[in-house]
Write a protein that binds this ligand. Structure first.
Ligand SMILES: C[S@@+](CC[C@H](N)C(=O)[O-])C[C@H]1O[C@@H](n2cnc3c(N)ncnc32)[C@H](O)[C@@H]1O
Length: 274
């Protein structure tokens, strides 16, 4: 299903505070996700980079580190509140911030060497339109790389949290949540890259199976970032029930030294193709 742009904007504007609260958690996990993505784009020192759907700053900060002082990072997002939070985090002023819907980029043709998007394209009403505009703003030697989550059944944490929310509220979480897995089937994003005119397209899948600590509520951050708007509307009693539902489900992936959490993602990249 497709959500309209205004409801997507409102949804993410309402999430900016939770994302800002947990930005350090995101930064700690950054290299694991970002380095394969930026490698796939062929990011180099001195590149002019457009980062789409930047949220509170990953992978934009990693890009800034890799392109160095000769490079430029333009970090963009649909939700103004995300950019406000990102501006506060960018104390060293490494990034140029601009509000932008990736379906209609406010940049001239051939402005960027690299375009990067981590976990953003799945929320866009018309992703093919977005990819065509990405293609337009690339220089002829340019390359774009996008990261998306795999299928829902390949993500332990998202599945446990959304099943637990459903057990307490009696209804599945809102449609914004299920958009996360829109490009979960391998090949689906690649076919849009082809339709948008990219060449030399690659798709790589990465699986992670981290062990989360038994003695820390590590799931607070993903719960607040993904379902904070639902948790806030629950009574204190139901919030306690939710915690119980989460812990009960985590027991199914418990090992002697931690909770085994599976995650899978895909990286699709392609070069300018005319
Ligand atoms: C899951 S967050 C990803 C943030 C960051 N890239 C990361 O990986 O941590 C998704 C972001 O996509 C943004 N977004 C959604 N639709 C968009 C659109 N049409 N154009 C640009 N950004 C969009 C949201 O505002 C949100 O900040």
């Amino acid at each position: 299903m497709t959500l309209d742009l205004e409801s997507v904007r409102q949804h993410w504007d309402s999430k900016a505070a939770a994302w800002a609260n947990h930005s350090d958690t995101l930064a700690n996990m950054a290299d694991r996700y970002n380095l394969p993505l930026l490698d796939s784009a062929g990011l180099q020192a001195g590149d002019r980079v457009l980062d789409l759907a930047s949220g509170v700053g990953e992978p934009a900060f990693t890009e800034a580190r890799l392109v160095g002082p000769e490079g430029t990072i333009v970090a963009t997002d649909l939700a103004e509140s995300m950019l406000v939070a990102l501006k506060i985090r960018d104390k060293a002023k490494l990034l140029h911030l601009t509000a932008a819907d990736m379906q209609r980029l406010p940049f001239a043709d051939a402005s960027f060497d690299r375009v990067i998007c981590r976990f953003g394209i799945m929320f866009v009403p018309d992703p093919l339109k977005a990819l065509r505009d990405v293609h337009r703003v690339l220089v002829p030697s340019g390359r774009a790389a996008f990261m998306v989550w795999g299928r829902r059944d390949e993500q332990t944490m998202f599945t446990i949290l959304s099943d637990a929310v459903q057990a307490v509220t009696g209804t599945p979480p809102d449609d914004h949540h299920f958009q996360i897995f829109r490009f979960g089937d391998p090949g689906t994003l690649t076919s849009l890259f082809k339709a948008a005119g990219f060449r030399d397209i690659t798709e790589d899948s990465h699986s992670f199976t981290p062990l989360a600590p038994l003695d820390m509520p590590f799931w607070h951050a993903p719960l607040e970032m993904t379902f904070g708007h639902i948790v806030d509307s629950l009574t204190v009693e139901n919030q306690k029930r939710l915690e119980g539902e989460i812990l009960r489900r985590l027991d199914s992936v418990r090992e002697p030294n931690g909770y085994r959490l599976k995650a899978r993602l895909h990286i699709v990249s392609g070069s300018y193709g005319k």
